[in-house]
Design a protein around this ligand. Structure first.
Ligand SMILES: C[S@@+](CC[C@H](N)C(=O)[O-])C[C@H]1O[C@@H](n2cnc3c(N)ncnc32)[C@H](O)[C@@H]1O
Length: 245
């Protein structure tokens, strides 16, 4: 199996620190480490669950940002095929870094400009962690539409580890997370608090999902095949979903 290393860094011009902030990380070495680690996790998950090499599949990175995951995957596998984000600045930066990938600016709300069943795999890191209930639901419907039957989605969410961090970090604590207990998340299943200075054109904020809620609610859209706790960034859960045939 190809080993994903930090070697991709030499092939790109790293984003300006201000632009890296789109991923909440403006220190270069952390950006690179996170990118390499997340690309390893996504690559392994794609091949494990689909049972096929990543190179044989048509793949979308939904909410790619400045390509923290897409750049290493591109360097080692020439994947994903398509990257989308609502942020034109991020897409403008990313295009020349991964020239064979179709990088597109898309709208905050569905639909995406792709036909039904266009992709074998969609992955999305740190997007459902920011969507309110209505948006989250609309985007699950849309991702289901563009996946082929039997296709997989790998979508990250935040649960109890991140909740603890949000309670203790002064920025998120001040946004109201200091009052959100584990029991509240267990009882409500989903909690969203708006972030006032949010980027984008719609309601934006921070969301927490209880894994049981995901098994119950998201299975209305697709089969919830697995939930890998803390698989991404040491704190976000990775939800493995498969579109029903
Ligand atoms: C925390 S960043 C994660 C970026 C990237 N996935 C990564 O891990 O580096 C969240 C990204 O989601 C994008 N985004 C938010 N809402 C979106 C939507 N409705 N459609 C597409 N992108 C969206 C933002 O512009 C931002 O780049």
């Amino acid at each position: 199996m190809t080993e994903i290393t930090d070697a991709w860094v030499k092939a790109v011009e790293l984003p300006e620190p201000g632009n890296m902030m789109e991923t909440h990380e403006n220190r270069e070495h952390v950006f690179v480490r996170q990118g390499t680690n997340m690309a390893r996790t996504i690559h392994e998950a794609i091949e494990t669950y689909t049972g096929k090499p990543i190179t044989d599949q048509r793949i979308l990175d939904f909410g790619c940002g400045v390509g923290r995951v897409a750049m290493p995957l591109y360097h080692f596998f020439r994947k994903p095929d398509v990257c989308v984000d609502v942020d034109p600045k991020a897409i403008r930066y990313l295009r020349p870094q991964i020239p064979d990938v179709a990088c597109r600016v898309t709208k905050f709300d569905p639909p995406l400009p792709f036909r039904d069943r266009a992709f074998d795999v969609v992955f999305s890191v740190s997007i459902w962690t920011h969507l309110n209930a209505e948006s989250a639901e609309a985007w699950l419907t849309e991702i289901t539409r563009i996946l082929r039957p039997g296709g997989y989605a790998f979508l990250t969410t935040s649960s109890y580890t991140m909740l603890q961090l949000r309670r203790s970090h002064f920025v998120t604590a001040n946004l109201g997370w200091d009052k959100v207990t584990d029991d509240m998340l267990r009882e409500q299943g989903f909690i969203f608090l708006e972030t006032p200075s949010a980027p984008g054109t719609g309601t934006y904020g921070l969301a927490s999902h209880d894994p049981e809620y995901i098994r119950r609610e998201w299975s209305r859209h697709m089969d919830v095949v697995d939930i890998l706790p803390g698989a991404i960034l040491g704190g976000q859960d990775m939800n493995v979903l498969r579109k029903r045939a």
